[in-house]
Ligand binder design. Sequence first.
Ligand SMILES: Cc1cc2nc3c(=O)[nH]c(=O)nc-3n(C[C@H](O)[C@H](O)[C@H](O)COP(=O)(O)OP(=O)(O)OC[C@H]3O[C@@H](n4cnc5c(N)ncnc54)[C@H](O)[C@@H]3O)c2cc1C
Length: 573
Amino acid sequence: MFAMSRRDLVSIYIACWLSVISRVDAFVVSPPSSANNCVTSSLHPSTKTSHMKVWKRCTRRKKNKPVSLKASASTTYDLIVIGGGSAGLTAAKFAATFDKSVCLVESNKVGGDCTWSGCVPSKTLLSAAKRAYTWQQMNEQYGDSKIDDTALRKMLQGVKKDIDEKRNRIYEEDDSPKVLESLCIDLAQGKATFRDEKTIDVSNESDDTSYQLVAKHGIVIATGASPRNPKLDIKGLDTVPYWTYENVWNEFFSSIEQNSKQKVSSKRIVIVGGGPIGCELSQAISKLGCSVTLISSNRLLPTEEVEASTELQEVFEEEGIQVICDQRVESVSKSDDDGLISVALTDSEDTIVGDHILVATGRVPNIQNLGLGNIGVQINSNNGIRVDDNLQTSIKGVFAAGDCTGDRQFTHYAGYQGAIAARNILLPLKDRGVLSQVPATTFTDPEIASFGLTEEAAKQQLGEDLVSISHRSLSKVDRAVCEGTDTHGFIKIVYHTKTKQILGATIMSPAAGELISELSVAKDAKLSFDKMSTVMHSYPSYGIALQQMAADVYYDKLKKSKLVYDILKRAGL
Ligand SMILES: Cc1cc2nc3c(=O)[nH]c(=O)nc-3n(C[C@H](O)[C@H](O)[C@H](O)COP(=O)(O)OP(=O)(O)OC[C@H]3O[C@@H](n4cnc5c(N)ncnc54)[C@H](O)[C@@H]3O)c2cc1C
């Protein structure tokens, strides 16, 4: 009975509010009169009331109890959140939604990696690159000639503008101080350090102010991650200019603008790192017209099924990317004569030469200079903040969420954890914030999306006999055949041989990031794989392949009862 009411009250509560406040829903909280609200409300009936409540509460609290930050003053809040990225914003919005006073401390521009240097610019770049590639191919196929350099440069200027516009739009609509103010979230601009378990010092060097903030109920640390310092691993990197995901959004475009003599197509970019960031950027930059060499110390996307890595490498090579796997970069140097960068590999005599080098060798949690030692917060083996299943650190009342915990680095996971951390501080009882299975998508073309166990991991955990595989090549998916996307890709579902419960899946296909959600929902709802055959899908969607694959499993099951059916039929039933 208790468990039931807890699920009802807490999980459903959280699920409802998450849909309103998290970035996953990309939903702006503003007064209920806007056209945007009407559209969204009609799609999601529950959100209209949520919206109105937030707005009313906000004005009420403002009238009765204005909260302001004054230099050198100390202010007490129900919740203090350090870091205004996906995790921190969701935590703060959660608190505000429940009418709690909350202060968000941010040392930079609110929005974090996702808005400024991660998801938003990378997905905008990939989308533009895909269109540019199609444009070039169509022109080669049906036009008179290849697209010339002037046209390519003009296109790239447009792409840069597009990235800036998209980032600013999402910032203005979701993250800006104006949005926070409308939600009654106070923003303290500056660097946060712990004075004690309940007190945060905020110092802002630009206007030379400092504040002291006191948390009544708790503090959420959501300071994110930064590029891993590759200078430690690659000799000579400190002597050459290199790009990371933090500066590539400007550096790539300005390198083209500044060098008008060099054709875009003759620009050579060396990318180090075969994880999602390295793969996405390699394909985008290649499709925008430059020549790319991708070096990975492992296979591409090493946490995915091997088949996905192999096929992605084939796609890249067909598109003209030079892929070097299972090789580490030993050292780099820059020539004084022509400014070219030479890259030496550990196990090869070959030297790779490029105009620029982009290093994407991982991200490390931001845990420095926070004064964590002052209060004894423990660090885990990933160099992140150690948390228990409910996201509490080793110090009572101090929670951590998102990339700073050293767990998997996704916006949806950070957002989820931010809400759960705030919920666990502010509401009764606790919910789990550390999840064993989180869906992931690499937004290459085709996309690669997965969740749960790979075939190998499932067999290791359960034994070969209890693991079954349903596999379909994209060449057998009608939609892919119609669209000409059938040359590479597959859907692979790992399920329990006896119960038919879904254990994991990998999809390499257009819109794989959308398709994987259906399987996640089925798994969460404990819908066995074969039962998905009874859920009608429209033809010829990519998703109908899931229904067809499930039907194969369902028919196999039916066939095992053939004798019983024959007897019943003969008996006239
Ligand atoms: C190129 C790239 C592409 C990506 N693409 C995707 C994708 O497609 N899908 C996806 O799910 N994820 C993607 N990610 C990952 C995603 O961006 C992160 O997982 C997510 O942003 C983590 O959110 P966070 O809140 O934990 O940290 P962040 O967003 O990094 O926010 C942390 C904030 O804390 C602030 N801060 C740090 N220290 C202090 C301090 N002492 N005081 C005050 N403020 C401080 C920082 O300035 C920052 O604003 C991508 C990442 C990159 C780099």
